[in-house]
Design a protein around this ligand. Structure first.
Ligand SMILES: [Zn+2]
Length: 109
């Protein structure tokens, strides 16, 4: 079972309280009418499936009901960080070299 730090509640909570909502940081096209069908289809349906670091959107459904982002290693399931929407992730290494994980409160996750 994962323990996920909610950046809104400032608590480490059980995975059962959360819902994963897919890949994070997917920019919506500024003018959907200017997109080709292929560009719109890519935006709507195609997501990355990396081996290693992945930024995901999560919802604290049984808590504060706020959305936030998580950086997770898809190989080890280790959650490296969680951060509010609009904030930049600390871990962006697409090569997947994991670093020591700590939450905003300095707790090891
Ligand atoms: Zn919360």
């Amino acid at each position: 079972m994962l323990h996920i730090f909610c950046p809104h509640c400032f608590e480490l909570r059980s995975e059962e309280e959360f819902h994963a909502s897919g890949q994070a940081h997917i920019p919506r096209p500024l003018d959907p009418n200017a997109c080709t069908d292929e560009e719109w289809g890519d935006y709507m349906f195609f997501r990355d499936n990396p081996r290693g670091l992945h930024h995901e959107l999560w919802d604290h459904v049984a808590g504060c009901r706020q959305y936030f982002n998580v950086t997770r290693d898809t190989v080890t399931y280790e959650i490296l960080e969680s951060y509010k929407i609009g904030e930049k992730p600390q871990f962006t290494d697409k090569a997947g070299t994991a670093k020591t994980a700590t939450t905003a409160l300095g707790e090891k996750v």
